[in-house]
Design a protein around this ligand. Structure first.
Ligand code: SAM
Ligand code: DTB
Ligand code: SF4
Length: 364
C-alpha cells in the first residue's frame, strides 16, 4: 500500500494537480493499482427520501427553499417505497444505497425514527446503506450505527476559505464537527466536494488538504462537477472541463490513496472516453440510476455498456481496504506490485482472490 500522509500542504497538492497530464495519470494510476483492483468500480444508487424545502442557502443547491427552482418539495418517503427502490437498485447491480434528505440537520423524533427503520430495512437486503441528512450529533450517529448504517456522506464541498462565499447559513467548522461525530460511531465517512463553483485551484487543493488531514481519511470521497441549475445563484457557471475533472480525480487518488474516489455529479456531460480517463486516474465508484437527487444522471444501461466496454466489474457490497499491517502472506502472490491489501468489512474478511471470484460471478 502507499503510505498514507495526513500532512499534505496546499503547495504540494497544487504541484501534483498541475503536473504534465501524462505524469499525473501515470502517478495516480500507480497509486490506484497499489491500493485497489483497477477493474472494479463501486456502484451506488442515490435516493432522495426528502426532497426540497431546505432552509439552508448553499449556492449550488436546487433544493434550497429560497431559490426559485422547479423542484417540488415532498414529505419523507415511506419505508416500503424505500425498500422497493432499494430492491430495484440491487437488481440493476448496485451494492450501495445512499439516502439523501434536504435537511439542515437531523432532529430526533418520528421522522428520524422512520429513517432508522429505512436503514434497518436496506441493511437486511445485504446492501451497504449510506445516508446524507445534514448535521448530526454524536448520539444520532450512534443510533444510525446501531440501525446498521455503513456510511455517512457529509461533504466539505470546497476549501475553508471559499466556503463562506458559497454558504452563509453554516460554517466549515460545523461540517468538520459532524464528520467527527460520525467517526465516534463505527460508521464509515464519505466526504468530498464540488468543482466548478468559481473556486480557484488553491481552493480545490485546500479542500484536499482538509480531507487528507482527517485521521483516518474518509473511506469515500465523492468528486462532483457542479450541476448548474436554473434558479440557483450558480446557474450561470461555466461547465467543468473534463481535464479539470481528471486532474481533480487523479490528485485525490494520490493524496487519499485508500479511499474510494467517486465520480459523482456531472457525468451526463462527460463522454465515455472522459469517464474512462477518470477511472484510469483512480476513480473507482459512481452513482448509478437515471437521477441523482433531483438532476439527471446517465441511464443504468449506458453505464453497464461502458463497464462492459472497459472490462470493469461492479464491486461487491462491504468491500473495503483495511490498514496494510495485518495482511496474510498469501496475498502477495496476487499483487504484481508486491503490495498486500486486505479486503474486509467490519467483522468479516474477504481474501483478495475470493473477492475477484465473487466479482466475476456478479458479472455472469
Ligand atoms: N442536506 C444535506 C447536506 O447538505 O449535507 C444532504 C444533501 S446535499 C444535496 C448533499 C451534497 O450534494 C452536497 O453537499 C453537495 O456536495 C451535493 N450537491 C448538491 N447540489 C449539487 C449540485 N447542483 N451540483 C453538484 N453537487 C451538488
Ligand atoms: C455527493 O457528493 N453527491 C450526491 C450525494 N453526495 C448526495 C448528490 C449530488 C446532487 C446533485 C444535484 C441534485 O441532483 O440535486
Ligand atoms: Fe440543504 Fe443540503 Fe441543499 Fe444545502 S446542500 S441547501 S443543506 S439540501
Amino acid at each position: 500500500m502507499s503510505e498514507t500522509r495526513h500532512n499534505w500542504t496546499k503547495e504540494e497538492i497544487l504541484a501534483i494537480y498541475n503536473k504534465p497530464m501524462m505524469e499525473l495519470l501515470y502517478e495516480a494510476a500507480t497509486v490506484h493499482r497499489k491500493n485497489h483492483d483497477p477493474n472494479t468500480v463501486q456502484v451506488s444508487t442515490l435516493l432522495s427520501i426528502k426532497t426540497g424545502g431546505c432552509p439552508e442557502d448553499c449556492g449550488y443547491c436546487p433544493q434550497a427553499a429560497r431559490y426559485h427552482t422547479d423542484i417540488e418539495g415532498n414529505d419523507l418517503m415511506t419505508v416500503s417505497h424505500v425498500k422497493a427502490q432499494a430492491l430495484r437498485a440491487k437488481a440493476s447491480g448496485s451494492s450501495r444505497v445512499c439516502m439523501g434528505a434536504a435537511w439542515r440537520n437531523v432532529k430526533d423524533g418520528p421522522e428520524f425514527d422512520q429513517v432508522l427503520e429505512m436503514v434497518r430495512t436496506i441493511n437486511k437486503l445485504d446492501m451497504e446503506v449510506c445516508c446524507t441528512l445534514g448535521m448530526l450529533t454524536e448520539n444520532q450517529a450512534k443510533r444510525l450505527a446501531e440501525a446498521g448504517l455503513y456510511a455517512y456522506n457529509h461533504n466539505l464541498d470546497t476549501s475553508e476559505d471559499y466556503y463562506k462565499d458559497v454558504i452563509s447559513t453554516r460554517a466549515f467548522e460545523d461540517r468538520l464537527e459532524t464528520i467527527d461525530n460520525v467517526r465516534k460511531s463505527n460508521v464509515t465517512v464519505c466526504s468530498g466536494g464540488i468543482i466548478g463553483m468559481g473556486e480557484r485551484l488553491e481552493d480545490r487543493a485546500g479542500m484536499l488538504v482538509a480531507l487528507a488531514s482527517l485521521n483516518p481519511q474518509p473511506e469515500s470521497v465523492p468528486i462532483n462537477a457542479l450541476v448548474a441549475v436554473e434558479g440557483t445563484p450558480m446557474a450561470e457557471m461555466e461547465p467543468v472541463s473534463i481535464w479539470d475533472m481528471i486532474r481533480m480525480v487523479a490528485t485525490t487518488r494520490i493524496v487519499i490513496p485508500e479511499t474510494q474516489v467517486r465520480l459523482s455529479a456531472g457525468r451526463t456531460e462527460m463522454s465515455r472516453e472522459g469517464q474512462a480517463m477518470c477511472f484510469f486516474a483512480g476513480a473507482n465508484s459512481i452513482f448509478a440510476g437515471d437521477k441523482l437527487l433531483t438532476t439527471p444522471n446517465p441511464d443504468v444501461n449506458e453505464d453497464m455498456e461502458l463497464f462492459q466496454l472497459l472490462g470493469l466489474q461492479p464491486q461487491k457490497p462491504f468491500t473495503k481496504i483495511s490498514q496494510p499491517a495485518t495482511v496474510e502472506a498469501e496475498d502477495s502472490k496476487l499483487h504484481p506490485l508486491g503490495e498486500k491489501p486486505r479486503w474486509s468489512r467490519p467483522g468479516h474478511t474477504i481474501e483478495r482472490n475470493e473477492l475477484a471470484k465473487e466479482n466475476s460471478k456478479l458479472q455472469q
